[in-house]
Design a binder for this molecule. Structure first.
Ligand SMILES: Cc1cc2nc3c(=O)[nH]c(=O)nc-3n(C[C@H](O)[C@H](O)[C@H](O)COP(=O)(O)OP(=O)(O)OC[C@H]3O[C@@H](n4cnc5c(N)ncnc54)[C@H](O)[C@@H]3O)c2cc1C
Length: 460
């Protein structure tokens, strides 16, 4: 609980209208896109870096937690106020400060919506590739803090591949500048990379310098239907072996398709085990050649149907199916546990079989979809958080699926981060030494554990 004199002091810094104190207002900031919810003591909406500096200095003096928050679309619990404290909502810092066409760089505030930045740079013939499926809502600050990926990561990489520099308010309220507009910089430690993916635990990101690239000339999208999921998974590796690097190589299994079809009625094949959504981009001639090559290769490897979008409307329909997945799968049961493992691409068929076997053994509803091109699968367990017996089985299944991913040379999280949801499993991947090195960094930079406590390392 914050004292009323402390709340007064915060109101003086931000103006009363930017400090939310009522229960109704605080409830609106207590959840993200995980099934969990906690009540913050206060919500603040700063408009500038200086206000954030003052708040963090105050937090260190009075020892209250500060939890940075973008759009709350996080899937690992990163912006949940697990220990109460102050939610620092960055949505009002939403200006695109510069699009520098000569240096192919954009400088933005953290609250800029991802899709908005993409639209603005595309008007100038430029391209910002990272495309989390939440892009119409998520913020660039949240993307950097989680190192978000998305379907296009297969060809273009993830958010960290585009972050050139950052302005950060440290937990003690100082300003740290990292990197800059140059593509090359090897001055000292790479602090830009340290903060990218730090999940709001090491500092508040207040300015971001992003690398842009020229917009590809053309793109083509296709949906490929498979009787057998194994054939779909095998095609993914064969396409890459042929030297073709599509922009996206997305996979949806039968359960996912049934949910999407029930939700949107797009005419998806309900008797097939899997579909791949593949998009290629680049110069027009190459795009035509590659989309046909992929089609032929798929047919030769068990595809039942290859549907190439003939126009933008058909392309949008294919993507509508993929983007609707998160909303559609909750028709099965109300609670969605969305995991985010990644394995080396060649291990996808093995991982998919392990996932199905785990779901069968624990009698759970499991939908599998994800970015097959980079081995990043999203096994979604559909359950009911009020059913404690089922939740016990869910916990066991989650432990086993993480274990399987690590055994296959993979990772707990391809793009959603650790947050609270995966904190208990962190050491599975990092080992004791990796865990201690990470914790030492956190302790050195945030000795009072002000920023986003309870995340990544759990409550310990
Ligand atoms: C339907 C749906 C689809 C999704 N698809 C994808 C996908 O394809 N790929 C993918 O990678 N993710 C995906 N996500 C997850 C989520 O959208 C991303 O993690 C996104 O980057 C979160 O952005 P946000 O603005 O909502 O951040 P929030 O959820 O508000 O916060 C996420 C984390 O960032 C921290 N944070 C936020 N802003 C700052 C800041 N300025 N400074 C420091 N820390 C900060 C928070 O404390 C928290 O730890 C999806 C989510 C949903 C709901």
């Amino acid at each position: 609980m914050l004292s009323s004199s402390l709340i007064n002091e915060i109101q003086k810094i931000l103006g009363k209208e930017n400090v939310f104190t009522t229960l109704e207002e605080r409830l609106c900031y207590g959840y993200d896109s995980t099934p969990e919810a906690f009540l913050p003591d206060l919500v603040i909406r700063p408009t500038c870096t200086e206000q954030i500096q003052k708040i963090l200095k105050l937090a260190n003096l009075h020892l209250f937690p500060v939890i940075p928050r973008g759009a709350g679309t996080g899937l690992s619990g990163g912006s949940l106020p697990v220990k109460g404290g102050v939610i620092l909502d960055l949505n009002r810092m939403d200006r695109i400060l510069e699009i520098d066409e000569e240096n192919l760089v954009a400088t933005v505030e953290p609250g800029v919506i991802t899709a908005h930045l993409q639209e603005e740079v595309e008007k100038r013939g430029l391209f910002y590739p990272p495309d989390p499926a939440s892009l119409k809502t998520s913020t660039i600050g949240g993307n950097v803090a989680e190192c978000a990926g998305g379907p296009r990561a297969f060809k273009y990489g993830v958010t960290r591949d585009y972050v050139l520099g950052l302005e950060i308010v440290t937990p003690k309220g100082e300003i740290l500048q990292t990197g800059g507009k140059t593509v090359k910089s090897v001055t000292g430690y790479d602090l830009t990379r340290l903060y990218t993916g730090s999940e709001g635990t090491l500092g508040i990101i207040t300015k971001i310098i992003l690398r842009l690239i020229p917009k590809p000339e053309a793109k083509k999208t296709m949906m490929i239907v498979y009787e057998r999921l194994d054939d779909a998974a095998k095609t993914v590796t064969l396409i890459i072996k042929q030297g073709i690097i599509p922009v996206t190589l997305e996979l949806m299994d039968d359960i996912t398709m049934r949910c999407v079809e029930n939700y949107l009625q797009l005419g998806l094949p309900l008797d097939a085990e899997a579909v791949l959504i593949i998009e290629v981009d680049g110069p027009i001639d190459l795009v035509e050649k590659q989309i046909n090559q992929v089609g032929e290769l798929s047919r030769a490897n068990g595809a039942r149907e290859v549907k190439i979008a003939k126009n933008e409307k058909e392309r949008e329909e294919i993507w509508a199916a993929r983007r609707a997945v998160s909303a559609a799968v909750v028709q099965i049961k109300p609670t969605k546990i969305s995991e985010d493992i990644a394995v080396p691409r060649s291990q996808i068929p093995v991982m998919v079989r392990r996932l199905k076997e785990i779901a069968f053994r624990y009698q759970l509803n499991l939908a599998i979809f994800g970015h097959a091109g980079d081995g990043n699968l999203h096994p979604n367990i559909l359950c009911d958080k009020n059913d404690s017996e089922e939740m016990e089985r869910v916990e066991k299944a989650i432990g086993e699926l993480f274990q399987a991913a690590v055994e296959l040379g993979g990772t707990l999280s391809g793009e959603h981060g650790i947050g609270t949801m995966k904190a208990p499993y962190l050491k599975l991947e990092t080992g004791e030494v990796g865990f201690e090195v990470m914790r030492a960094i956190k302790k050195a930079l945030d000795p009072n554990n002000i920023l986003n406590p309870g995340k990544i390392f759990g409550s310990g």
